[in-house]
Design a protein around this ligand. Structure first.
Ligand code: ADE
Ligand code: ZN
Length: 341
């Protein structure tokens, strides 16, 4: 066993109690099959599955696009403000059970507006659940709206226009969906406008796309965080740049395994990232589709890479220092980790 743990059970117990933040979570990717059926019935929406087991059996992917096809289909059951509330409330209850103290949640407005569901319906339900979780569970949150990169920049601009009346509830913008062939450069102008509005900037880069997309995210979009970033390791100068800047990477181990970004959890680059001085964090991405929430991600990668107590403490500290919390809140959470350690 790695330093500090007598057994795998000892490490699992340590992970469960560790205070943590989650910085990479697509709320639509937390739609569990049971809720999918409930909402399909509530809204009279047909789904191509007869049972929960059928749904889970369909979650076998060989790449990102395989997953995205079924992810966009799944979100079709979300129609009303109550649906978005129930989805978000279910995720927050899971996060609370994993001792997550702060969440920064993505949503994909274009996945809803293109089906005729209003921007206000989606954001209204999500924020109502976020507000309730603050009182009920003490979980703080930030909300990040993502542009779908397989759509045009003009479409992203129109989405940013729709967001304008809701900017008091939106903290940042991100970039997700099919990466290869849709480089950050395609969205340079809309991200500049978002930055001008005072929004924080993140982008998925280096999940399937090349290291150059990570450079573009830094240089052209001027990101505050990189989502995934795995393929940065192919470029030594990029690794040095990310380490020097203290750029946070939101790494998603079970997602990487399910989407064949890694062949085997034992080959996951998380430990290499930490050893290279990269500011890596552990997150669940789309937990319903990839087989586990944040603690399951910590556990899977810790077991496969034999992570030490020091590694796990670094990952948890990184999750707060890489967050969009203000300095006082970061210090309070870091003190809680020190007390736990
Ligand atoms: N949308 C939801 N999950 C995603 C992922 N892992 N990569 C790109 N787009 C996504
Ligand atoms: Zn993601």
């Amino acid at each position: 066993m790695a330093d500090g743990f007598a057994s795998a059970q000892d490490r699992a117990t340590f992970i469960a109690g560790l205070p943590k933040a989650e910085l990479h979570l697509h709320i639509e990717g937390s739609l569990e099959p049971e809720l999918m059926f409930e909402l399909a019935q509530r809204n009279n929406v047909a789904i191509p599955f007869a049972t929960v087991e059928d749904v889970r059996a369909a979650y076998a992917f060989s790449n990102l696009q395989d997953f995205l096809d079924i992810y966009y289909q799944g979100m079709g059951v979300l129609r009303t403000e109550q649906d978005f509330h129930d989805l978000t409330a279910a995720y927050l209850a899971r996060a609370h059970a994993d001792n997550v103290r702060h969440v920064e949640i993505f949503f994909d407005p274009q996945g809803h507006t293109e089906r005729g569901v209003a921007f206000a319906t989606a954001i209204g339900g999500i924020t109502r659940a976020l507000d309730a979780a603050k009182t009920q569970h003490g979980i703080s949150s930030r909300l990040i709206m993502c542009f779908l990169r397989h759509l045009s920049e003009a479409d992203a601009e129109a989405t940013l226009d729709q967001a304008l009346p809701h900017l008091d509830r939106i903290d940042g913008v991100g970039l997700d969906s099919s990466e290869v062939g849709h480089p950050p450069s395609k969205f340079e102008r809309v991200f500049a406008r978002a930055r001008g509005l005072g929004l924080r900037i993140v982008a998925h880069a280096g999940e399937e796309g090349p290291p150059d997309y990570v450079h573009q995210a830094l240089d052209l979009l001027k990101v505050d965080r990189i989502d995934h970033g795995n393929r940065s390791l192919e470029d030594a100068a990029l690794v040095a740049r990310l380490a020097d800047q203290g750029m946070c990477l939101t790494v998603c181990p079970l997602s990487n395994l399910k989407l064949c970004v890694v062949d085997d959890m034992a080959a996951h680059p998380l430990k290499t990232m930490l050893d290279a001085g990269l500011h890596a964090t552990v997150n669940s991405d789309d937990p319903s589709y990839f087989g586990g929430y944040v603690n399951a991600n910590y556990l899977a990668v810790a077991d496969a890479l034999d992570l030490s107590k020091a590694d796990l403490l670094t990952l948890a500290r990184n999750s707060f220092t890489g967050s969009f919390l203000d300095a006082g809140d970061k210090a309070r959470h870091l003190a809680a980790i020190d007390a736990y350690a």
